[in-house]
Design a protein around this ligand. Structure first.
Ligand code: COA
Length: 167
């Protein structure tokens, strides 16, 4: 069975992420979307919130599981005996960081191969931080994130309580 890992900080999940996840699901028997820490980022959403947003957004995608892991991606790949890590590439500036990450993960666990998928043209400009910025000013984000989670993302960033904690 081929198993792909789609790792990310997902702060929050966007339609760009979801596009990569669904394309990975067409290529592999099983896909695990794993919420991890990026030491360079201070997340706006808790791990549980980010996990629940993804869970609610992928429930219609067969063969897709959601998980969280507080550790190295290479160790998680070894734990799950993963076939590959799948990451999206938007622009050339993503490449340097992604290439370094892929080589590091491969040196930590030789079986960890990374596959890059070009981001969908529609989402090239999109990022989680852009979504957070727009939501904080009260503008509609439902064309940038899955509809099911848009209101809860907006609520949290405007200082309100999230209604649906879990998927
Ligand atoms: N379309 C549009 N936007 C996309 C996208 C796509 N296909 N794919 C990613 N993005 C955006 C995201 O929205 C996000 O935006 P932001 O920078 O404003 O937050 C950005 O690109 C990348 O974020 P994301 O993919 O969510 O995760 P990340 O790059 O923060 O994740 C980890 C990095 C978690 C995978 C990495 O830090 C990691 O492996 N951590 C575990 C510890 C470890 O092993 N460290 C050693 C690594 S060598």
């Amino acid at each position: 069975m081929s198993l792909a890992i789609c790792p990310g900080s997902f702060d929050p999940l966007t339609l760009g992420h979801l596009d990569i996840i669904s394309r990975a699901a067409n290529m592999f028997d099983h896909v695990v979307v794993v919420v991890m820490a990026n030491s360079g980022k201070n997340p706006a959403f808790t791990v549980q919130e980010r996990y629940a947003f993804i869970q609610r957004s992928v429930c219609d995608l067969p063969g897709v599981e959601v998980d969280t892991y507080d550790g190295l991606l290479a160790d998680y790949c070894a734990l799950r005996d993963a076939t590959a890590v799948v990451r999206g590439l938007r622009v050339m500036s993503d490449f340097e960081y992604e290439f370094q990450m892929a080589l590091t993960n491969n040196s930590l666990h030789a079986k960890t191969e990374t596959i890059f998928l070009p981001a969908n043209r529609e989402y090239m400009f999109l990022s989680s931080s852009v979504v957070r910025e727009i939501a904080r000013y009260g503008r509609d984000i439902s064309t940038f994130v899955p509809r099911a989670i848009a209101a809860d993302i907006q609520a949290k960033l405007c200082g309100k309580e999230i209604k649906h904690e879990c998927g």
